[in-house]
Design a protein around this ligand. Structure first.
Ligand code: UFG
Length: 329
C-alpha cells in the first residue's frame, strides 16, 4: 500500500517524502506546484494537480492503492492570510474538504495533518499544551483550526482517523544539503538570516525589540524539519496500528529570541550578518514554546537534531550549496 503525500514538493512535505523513501515506503505525491518545487521531490509517483479538482483526485485514488494520506498542501503565510483570507479559506479549508470527501468515497480512513502553533494564538502560558485554548490571531491559523475540526467530524461520522501535528518553527535542511527551504517570497527568520550571511540581503530586519522578553525580541521554539518528518512517520504507524485520532505539538521545548538566532547564525557562518531593528510585525505573539510531552509519550517521538546550532548549520549547508534555492521561481 502507498502513502499519498499532498503538498509533497513543499518545504516540510519534501523532507517527509525523503524520510518515507528512506524507510522504503511506496509513495504517491500530489502538488499543484504553486509553492512547491519539482526538484525537491526525491522520489515517489508524482501527480501535478489541485485537491479542489475532483476528477483529478479520483484518478489519483483509482490508479494507486493508498492506505494513508499525509496532508501538507496549504497556503501558510500569516501576513498574506491577513490580506487575502479568502485565498486561505478556498485553498486550505475547501481544499481539505474536497480531499476528505474523496478519501471517504475511496475508502481511505487515515490522515496525518500538517497543523501549526498558530492555532493557539497568543498563549495564556508557556510551554503550550494541546489542551490549551485555541484562539488564532490570524486567518492562516483559523483555517488550520477549521481543517482540524473538519477531520474531527469526519472521524465522528465516518470513522476516519486523523493525527494533527501542530508544528512550532520549522527550520534546517535534509542532511547533505540535497533539499532545503526555498519559499518565494521568503518570510521566515532562519532563511532570511542566512541569505543575509550570503550577501543576498543587505541586513536582517528585526521586527521589534520592545517585547517583554529578556532581550526584547520574540522567542520561538525552533525544530529541525527532519525531526518533524520523523513525527509524520510515527503518526502513520499509529494510525496503521489502529490507533485513535489525536493532536500533538511538535517543538523542542526551548525558546530562542530573534537576536539569539542571529548570534548563533554569526557563529555558524563566520559572517557578520548586519541587523537593523524595525517596528513590530502585526500578529506576532511574544513567546511561542511547545510542550511536546504528548508526542514523546504517545507517539514515541524524540527530536534528535535539537540544538539551534545543528539546525542552523544544516540550513547553512543548503544555502551555501544552493544560494538561489531550487532556481525555478
Ligand atoms: N522575524 C524578524 N525578521 C524577519 C523575519 C522574522 O524579526 O525578517 C521574527 C518574527 O517577527 C518572529 C520570528 O522572527 O518573531 C520568527 O518569525 P518567522 O516568520 O520565521 O516564524 P513565525 O513564528 O512568525 O511563524 C511560524 C510559521 C507559521 C506558524 C508559526 C507558528 O511560519 O506558519 O510559526 O508558530 F504559524
Amino acid at each position: 500500500m502507498a502513502v499519498l503525500v499532498t503538498g509533497g514538493a513543499g518545504y516540510i512535505g519534501s523532507h517527509t517524502v525523503a524520510a518515507l523513501l528512506e524507510r522504503g515506503e511506496q509513495l504517491v505525491v500530489v502538488d499543484n506546484l504553486q509553492q512547491g518545487h519539482k526538484a525537491a521531490m526525491l522520489g515517489g509517483v508524482f501527480y501535478e494537480g489541485d485537491l479542489r479538482d475532483g476528477a483529478f483526485l479520483d484518478r489519483v485514488f483509482c490508479e494507486n492503492a493508498i492506505d494513508a494520506v499525509i496532508h501538507f498542501a496549504a497556503n501558510s503565510l500569516v501576513g498574506e492570510s491577513m490580506k487575502d483570507p479568502g485565498k486561505y479559506y478556498h485553498n486550505n479549508v475547501y481544499g481539505t474538504l474536497c480531499l476528505l470527501e474523496k478519501m471517504n468515497e475511496h475508502g481511505v480512513q487515515r490522515i496525518v495533518f500538517s497543523s501549526t502553533a498558530a492555532t493557539y494564538g497568543e498563549p495564556e502560558e508557556v510551554p503550550i499544551k494541546e489542551s490549551d485554548r485555541t484562539l488564532p490571531t490570524n486567518a492562516y491559523g483559523e483555517t488550520k483550526l477549521a481543517m482540524e475540526r473538519m477531520m474531527n467530524w469526519f472521524d465522528v461520522a465516518h470513522g476516519m482517523k486523523y493525527v494533527s501535528l501542530r508544528y512550532f518553527n520549522a527550520a534546517g535542511a535534509y542532511a547533505g544539503g540535497k533539499i532545503g527551504e526555498d519559499h518565494n517570497p521568503e518570510t521566515h527568520l532562519v532563511p532570511i538570516v542566512l541569505q543575509t550571511a550570503l550577501g543576498k540581503r543587505p541586513h536582517i530586519s528585526v521586527f521589534g525589540d520592545d517585547y517583554g522578553t529578556p532581550d526584547g525580541t520574540c522567542i520561538r521554539d525552533y525544530i529541525h524539519v527532519s525531526d518533524l518528518a520523523d513525527a509524520h512517520i510515527l503518526a502513520v504507524d499509529r494510525l496503521r496500528k489502529g490507533g485513535d485520532s489525536g493532536i500533538f505539538n511538535l517543538g523542542n521545548g526551548t525558546g530562542y529570541s530573534v537576536k539569539e538566532v542571529i548570534e548563533c547564525a554569526r557563529r555558524v557562518t563566520g559572517r557578520a550578518i548586519p541587523m537593523v531593528v524595525e517596528a513590530r510585525r502585526a500578529g506576532d505573539p511574544a513567546v511561542l514554546v511547545a510542550s511536546s510531552e504528548r508526542a514523546r509519550s504517545e507517539l514515541g517521538w524524540t527530536p534528535s537534531r535539537d540544538g539551534l546550532e545543528d539546525i542552523i548549520r544544516s540550513a547553512w549547508e543548503w544555502h551555501l550549496a544552493n544560494p538561489d534555492g531550487y532556481g525555478d521561481k
